[in-house]
Design a protein around this ligand. Structure first.
Ligand SMILES: [Zn+2]
Length: 243
């Protein structure tokens, strides 16, 4: 049986001398694994389809539970994303998040649209890379059941002012009077996250954006017990760039 699936390559691993195994996030069926044959030779027609970020219509043949790619036509390779090390690691964070948080063969249209929209913004958009990445992560966390709650103090419901405390167990923020298991974070970080969660176009200091990413990275490790390596590398790059 053959079918057409629209998908983005998340990961490609060499298999044997000439083949590769792809993890593709498809719009129609969620994440699938499929073998692609004879793609190592320089002249291979489908070589482009083994590149992470490749967004294509794949023709998939199915035999039992084994899938293989027999043809592909490119929608977008997001090639220029690789020309800048920051957008490359931001894009890699998006792919890695999808790979680690989504289940195999479970369709997730909202997440698919978020991934493709964010890759598109990183490649062709004018928004700053850190902001695009933070917006992606906040929305993706919410879609994965780990959403952060910014609106008001989680305990007393007051508007948080002055000092703010974050509880990693609940993903919520508390005011000074209500802090219990939380730890204090910079107020600027809280405001930036809160506004970016509402898709704000405002500008924030670079350091505030990096602190926001660090907080999200910490939250991912502690609450979801997932290490997104590309995000860690993105933050390290920012650090070395600054110093
Ligand atoms: Zn409170």
């Amino acid at each position: 049986m053959e079918k057409k699936l629209n998908g983005i390559v998340l990961k490609s691993v060499s298999y044997g001398e000439n083949d590769a195994i792809l993890n593709i996030f498809t719009l129609e069926e969620g994440i699938i694994s499929a073998k692609i044959k004879g793609v190592k030779k320089a002249s291979a027609k489908l070589k482009f389809a083994t590149q992470p970020f490749c967004f294509a219509e794949f023709i998939i043949a199915e035999k039992g539970d084994k899938k293989s790619v027999i043809n592909a036509s490119l929608h977008d390779g997001f090639y220029s994303l690789r020309e800048n090390v920051f957008s490359f690691y931001a894009g890699s964070t998006i792919l890695e998040f999808a790979l680690k948080f989504l289940s195999q063969s479970v369709e997730n249209e909202e997440m698919f649209l978020l991934v493709s929209k964010s890759l598109n913004e990183l490649t062709y958009g004018s928004e700053n890379t850190e902001k695009t990445l933070i917006k992606f992560l906040l929305k993706a966390l919410s879609l994965s059941g780990y959403g952060l709650y910014f609106d008001r103090c989680v305990k007393c419901g007051c508007e948080i002012e002055g000092r703010v405390f974050f509880s990693v167990q609940t993903g919520a923020f508390a005011c000074e009077e209500c802090l219990e298991e939380g730890f204090e974070i910079y107020f600027d970080t809280y405001i930036a996250l809160k506004e970016l969660n509402e898709d704000s176009k405002k500008d924030f200091a670079k350091e505030t954006l990096i602190n926001s990413l660090k907080l999200i990275s910490y939250y991912l490790r502690q609450r979801a017990e997932v290490e997104v390596k590309s995000l860690k590398e993105f933050i390290e790059l920012e650090f070395f760039n600054k110093n």
